[in-house]
Design a protein around this ligand. Structure first.
Ligand SMILES: NC(=O)c1ccc[n+]([C@@H]2O[C@H](COP(=O)([O-])OP(=O)(O)OC[C@H]3O[C@@H](n4cnc5c(N)ncnc54)[C@H](O)[C@@H]3O)[C@@H](O)[C@H]2O)c1
Length: 419
């Protein structure tokens, strides 16, 4: 009998910190609809506010959590997703939630996840690093106190590694120096303040494993693209889709540029090479890892990339598929706002997911077609935000204390104590 890898084992309670987000909401739907006992979504809804703070918004409209849950219950007849609005920077709130639900699994996605947003100015650097490091420390400590046998699935990023010029190992790097051998964590050379916050997280999770013997998976995903997973069966269940130059990821942005501008904006020469995976595969990977935790008390690093391309190759792909929709977009080469190597090798070891039976759900071309469909049907809404596709945040100018026009939402620097 063939085993369906994506069906969820009976897992007790699963808490998803960051479950209102682009990846977190589809994950909650997927786990909830496919057999999890209870999913507890915890979120302070800050991405909704932060995206609006740069005058942008999700291209695909999204509902409030209350409306989403009502739609989910109507669609599936299940009432196994609970929403708790709380700021994961608040140690007492995180403690109460983990103590109350005593989860078997904790997925930690609750972070400021935009590299350009972290590079706006000093305020944005501080917000990103304080938010991301605090949420992670709070989850780790409450887990040790109240759910020491749980499995923590922490979302890292392939961007933590940067572009080291050698194959990126999945786990440790074997070294030899002056005749002696050692095994060390693979070096991390992230190239934005956001990526630096993720690197701190990795070291903090690894240390918590060493000292307190927690079980943890640190998953380094590549760049995620797409609008859908199978459980998004109607508009009320949609997940956010960001497309502006600050919040969007490259494939998602290219499709919007093709539809709105009839051209694709290539940063530099377009030779920057990265790993990519669809939203389907992001959610499937997390589900597979939840179903297959590491041995008790172990820490593992998992790399996930489905395909490797440079940004020009991606543009060519989007251009070709655009023609199927009657859009013949040209290329515009613009100054690369980032400070990064523009020509480099990019090789990644990724053995763990294939060894667990991971397979891709859809081809990149099919997912790009789905993005075109979603963008075209929301074209009117997008048109009013057309100019947001051009880069506005340049890595070298982040030394400003505060850039007017990109003010952080009021009160966001301090967490609000949840009752
Ligand atoms: N999208 C990608 O391409 C990608 C790739 C690799 C890794 N990741 C990582 O995956 C995770 C999820 O990314 P996403 O794209 O879904 O981002 P997202 O911003 O859409 O989701 C993150 C969620 O966390 C919430 N959050 C942030 N800080 C919080 C806090 N202090 N308290 C409570 N909730 C908080 C936000 O409101 C949001 O709903 C992030 O950690 C990100 O770094 C994303």
């Amino acid at each position: 009998m063939e085993v369906n890898l994506w069906l969820v084992l009976n897992t007790g309670n699963t808490i998803i910190f960051g479950g209102d987000g682009y990846i977190g909401w589809p994950l909650a739907l997927h786990l909830g609809a496919n057999g999890s006992d209870r999913i507890v979504v915890v979120d302070n809804l800050c991405t909704r506010k932060l995206v609006r703070s740069v005058k942008s918004d999700t291209l695909v409209p999204i509902k409030s959590m209350k409306e989403r849950l009502a739609a989910y219950e109507k669609e599936t007849g299940k009432k196994n997703i609970t929403f708790v609005e709380a700021d994961a920077r608040d140690p007492r709130a995180v403690d109460r939630i983990i103590e109350k639900y005593k989860p078997e699994s904790i997925v930690h996605l609750a972070q400021q996840r935009s590299a350009p947003f972290s590079m706006v100015d000093q305020q944005h650097v501080l917000y990103t690093e304080l938010n991301n490091i605090a949420t992670n420390i709070n989850v780790l400590f409450s887990m040790v106190r109240h759910a020491p046998d749980a499995h923590l699935l922490k979302m890292g990023s392939m961007g933590e590694y940067g572009t080291p010029g050698i194959e990126i190992a999945e786990g440790d790097l074997e070294l030899e120096r002056k005749g002696k051998k050692a095994s060390v964590m693979f070096p991390r050379m992230g190239q934005s303040w956001y990526h630096l916050s993720k690197i701190f997280d990795t070291y903090n999770v690894a240390l918590a494993n060493k000292i307190y013997s927690i079980s943890a998976t640190d998953v380094m995903q590549g760049v995620v693209y797409g609008t859908r997973v199978d459980e998004i069966t109607n508009e009320a269940l949609a997940t956010r889709f960001d497309f502006d130059s600050i919040w969007g990821t490259v494939i998602n942005k290219y499709v919007v540029q093709a539809v709105l501008l009839n051209k694709l904006l290539i940063y530099g020469k377009g030779k920057q090479t990265r790993g990519f995976l669809s939203l389907y595969d992001s959610v499937n990977c997390l589900t597979l890892l939840l179903n297959n935790p590491p041995e008790k008390g172990n820490y593992r690093v998992v790399n996930q990339i489905d395909e490797i391309y440079d940004t020009l190759q991606l543009a060519e792909k989007v251009q070709k598929i655009g023609r199927e929709f009657g859009i013949d977009a040209g290329f515009e080469y613009v100054e690369n706002p980032r400070v990064e190597r523009e020509e480099h090798i990019y090789e990644v070891e990724h053995k763990i997911l294939p060894s667990l039976g991971f397979r891709r759900e859809k081809s990149m071309d099919d997912v790009i077609r789905e993005i075109f469909e979603a963008v075209i049907s929301n074209k009117k809404r997008a048109s009013s935000m057309k100019k947001l596709v051009y880069p506005t945040v340049y890595w070298r100018t982040a030394t400003q204390l505060n850039v007017k026009g990109f003010d952080l939402p009021r009160g966001i620097m301090d967490y609000r104590r949840s009752r």
